[in-house]
Design a protein around this ligand. Structure first.
Ligand SMILES: Nc1nc2c(c(=O)[nH]1)N[C@H]1C(S)=C(S)[C@@H](COP(=O)(O)O)O[C@H]1N2
Ligand SMILES: [Mo]
Length: 199
């Protein structure tokens, strides 16, 4: 079972109740990428988990698909102020990937094809809060939106949802990723408007 956003019963609701402060509603799905779109086939795709001791585990496409697949219904919030409500994804939880991984790391760096990175506390990726998502709205995830697979961490601003995900590096100490290095907030909670770091 996935998670269901409060409005998913179809009851009318006021946008203001669903939108974090300073966000506006959009019906489209804007594409925001810091560079060209990598074209990775399912066969080429590989996900590498590296623990803080340097131990590595890899999943190819088939191994990913063999893990429990969940449907995720969730809202998306971008720091550029658009929000999109009620999106539907399919993917594998980070809990499933880390189930038998031995780690005491408290932080993770998401690593992508193309070189993008973003950092998160490991707790923000666990307990049903984050997925490797490969389907959007009933279709394989388009390359522009991070296909074949992206990290989906919908409770944080969307820059934390790394597209073209290639792996996670578990870390004892936090370190900034791509946008975090350029002044975005280290954590990025949309409900707390954690958009940019105080210089
Ligand atoms: N690999 C990678 N992931 C990325 C980005 C990127 O440039 N490269 N941009 C981030 C930002 S800033 C946003 S807002 C979202 C946009 O996702 P979308 O293009 O699917 O809307 O992807 C995030 N993930
Ligand atoms: Mo963004």
């Amino acid at each position: 079972m996935g998670i269901f956003s409060p409005g998913f019963t179809g009851r009318p609701r006021k946008a203001s109740e669903d939108l974090p402060p300073g966000q506006y509603l959009t019906k489209d799905f804007p594409v925001l990428s810091a560079g060209p779109t990598p074209r990775i086939t399912n066969d080429q795709w590989e996900f590498t988990l590296t623990t803080e001791t340097g131990e590595k585990r890899k999943w190819n496409w088939k191994a990913l698909q063999a893990l429990p697949i969940e449907t995720i219904n969730t809202d998306l919030h971008c720091v550029t102020r658009w929000s999109k409500l009620g999106t539907t994804w399919r993917g594998v939880s980070i809990d499933a990937l880390l189930a038998d991984v031995d780690t005491s790391a408290q932080f993770a760096m998401a690593l992508c094809y193309g070189g993008y990175t973003t950092n998160l506390p490991l707790t923000e990726l666990l307990d049903g809060k984050a997925w490797i998502a490969f389907e959007y709205d009933g279709s394989p995830l388009h390359a522009e939106h991070g296909g074949p697979a992206r990290l989906l961490v919908p409770h944080l601003y969307l820059w934390k949802s790394a597209k073209w995900i290639a792996g996670l590096r578990l870390m004892d100490r936090d370190a900034p990723g791509f946008w975090e290095n350029l002044g975005y907030h280290n954590h990025g909670d949309p409900w707390l408007e954690q958009r940019y770091s105080e210089a």
